[in-house]
Design a protein around this ligand. Structure first.
Ligand code: SF4
Ligand code: SF4
Length: 419
């Protein structure tokens, strides 16, 4: 009997260990149950099942913790189990952490490595010490010890990707995976050529990419916000983008989509859209999900009641989702407006401390209304730094993926608001 115990007990322990490890290896959200009202896709080679409508963090900017809890709870209750968190603002992160509460395990999180809070604003960086601080801060504020997808934050230039080869930054990302602090590696990019090169490196399982019918028709290497680009808009999708989408589909790399509506809601408004035709949310989501490599379309909302506008896609008719008729209108080939701000904050930090995205947003609202309302004036006054403090250094413009002439915009805002 003792001999049998000696043989059996180690075997039993081994089987238990294997079972435990396979449950914790991040390959499958095993306890997860699909919501019948959501459509799910598999997130590439991660094996994770994700709702096709996910949450971005852009809407968490100006909301409090209670609203954040309502929003996250509503999203999870409706099957939205995937979320992007790139924002390094401690308040935003803490509110999201509070919003998740004891439901963190239900949300698959892509968190970024390479953004941190410098005390005043978000900053993109490859400095490992800053990356560590930024990443550890994310874990702390989300009350978790792991992030599902560790996203290498914004690689829009080939030089940037080449510069990190063999670098401590890339080593840090790989170490995080070895330590289990991230379960999978991903990357975010607005540039198809760079995203394709990174996909081909074999390092990533997920790519967060700006994808919509307008950006897809922009020739590779050209800005989607340059009028000249749309004078020669491609009749179909840019070949580099086609290659990226095909490569990802063939190699089981998932794309999670940002800017499905053109950045802000630009594609929903014929006046603002580079396509000069108004699409609906349902059409935009149907478009991005028509690509087999796409797993999730992310949306940014600031309260639970707005989530339904995005979830409408799930009950939309085929007719409502049909984007082809709208895209084939001749007006869709019209000229784009240059320099529209999407309020993405990638231009930060500003040495003068200006919240560029916020100033641009207030300026757009003032222009749209044709006046500076009392509310807008108060919101502008409450900013710590104002457009008139711009020292015209131009650093922000080099970081803006959409060629926004920030210096000109700051001058304009200073005139419109008076300082
Ligand atoms: S100026 Fe450019 S980078 Fe800055 S918020 Fe606007 S679109 Fe984003
Ligand atoms: S140009 Fe003005 S807004 Fe842009 S970073 Fe420099 S000071 Fe800030």
């Amino acid at each position: 009997m003792k001999k049998i115990q000696t043989i059996l007990l180690p075997c039993l322990a081994f089987v238990c260990a294997v079972l435990l490890l396979s449950a914790c290896d991040g390959k499958k959200n095993t306890t997860f149950k699909e919501n019948p009202d959501m459509e799910y896709r598999t997130l590439g080679s991660t094996g994770l099942r994700v709702g096709v409508i996910g949450l971005g963090c852009g809407g968490f900017d100006d909301i409090d913790s209670a609203t954040s809890r309502e929003l996250v709870t509503y999203a999870l209750d409706h099957g939205m189990n995937y979320m992007d968190i790139y924002d390094a603002n401690p308040k935003v992160r803490s509110n999201i952490g509070y919003g998740l509460g004891d439901r963190r395990e239900e949300m698959i999180i892509q968190g970024h490595i390479g953004c941190w809070w410098n005390g005043e604003s978000y900053e993109r960086t490859r400095d490992v010490e800053k990356c560590k601080k930024g990443f550890e801060d994310l874990l702390t504020r989300l009350h978790t010890d792991y992030i599902d997808i560790g996203m290498m934050h914004i690689f829009d230039k080939m030089e940037d990707w080449e510069a990190v080869q063999g670098s401590p930054y890339l080593q840090y990302v790989q170490d995080l995976k070895k330590e289990g602090k991230i379960k999978h590696i991903g990357v975010s990019s607005h540039n198809a050529e760079v995203a394709l090169a990174i996909a081909k490196s074999g390092l990533v399982e997920v790519i967060m990419f700006s994808l919509n019918p307008a950006f897809d028709r922009v020739q590779s290497g050209k800005s989607p916000w340059d009028p000249a680009t749309f004078e020669n808009m491609l009749p179909g999708i840019d070949p580099v983008r086609v290659e990226l989408y095909d490569y990802c589909a063939q190699h089981n790399i998932a794309i999670t989509v940002m800017k499905a509506y053109g950045g802000g809601d630009r594609l929903l408004d014929a006046e603002k859209s580079p396509l000069k035709v108004a699409l609906t949310r349902d059409q935009c989501v149907a478009y991005v999900l028509s690509k087999p490599c796409v797993a999730v379309s992310l949306c940014s909302v600031d309260n639970a009641s707005k989530v339904d506008e995005y979830l409408h896609y799930l009950k939309a008719t085929d007719e409502e989702k049909d984007y082809n008729a709208a895209l084939n209108k001749p007006t869709a080939q019209a000229e784009a407006g240059k320099g529209s701000c999407t309020y993405c904050k990638h231009c930060a930090p500003c040495p003068a401390g200006i919240d560029i995205a916020k100033v641009n947003k207030l300026l757009d609202q003032a222009k749209e209304n044709g006046r500076v309302s009392d509310e807008l004036a108060l919101e502008y006054r409450n900013l710590e730094h104002h457009a008139s403090e711009c020292v015209q250094c131009g650093a922000c413009e080099g970081r803006c993926p959409f060629d926004v002439p920030v210096r000109m915009r700051m001058e304009e805002a200073a005139k419109v608001f008076g300082y």
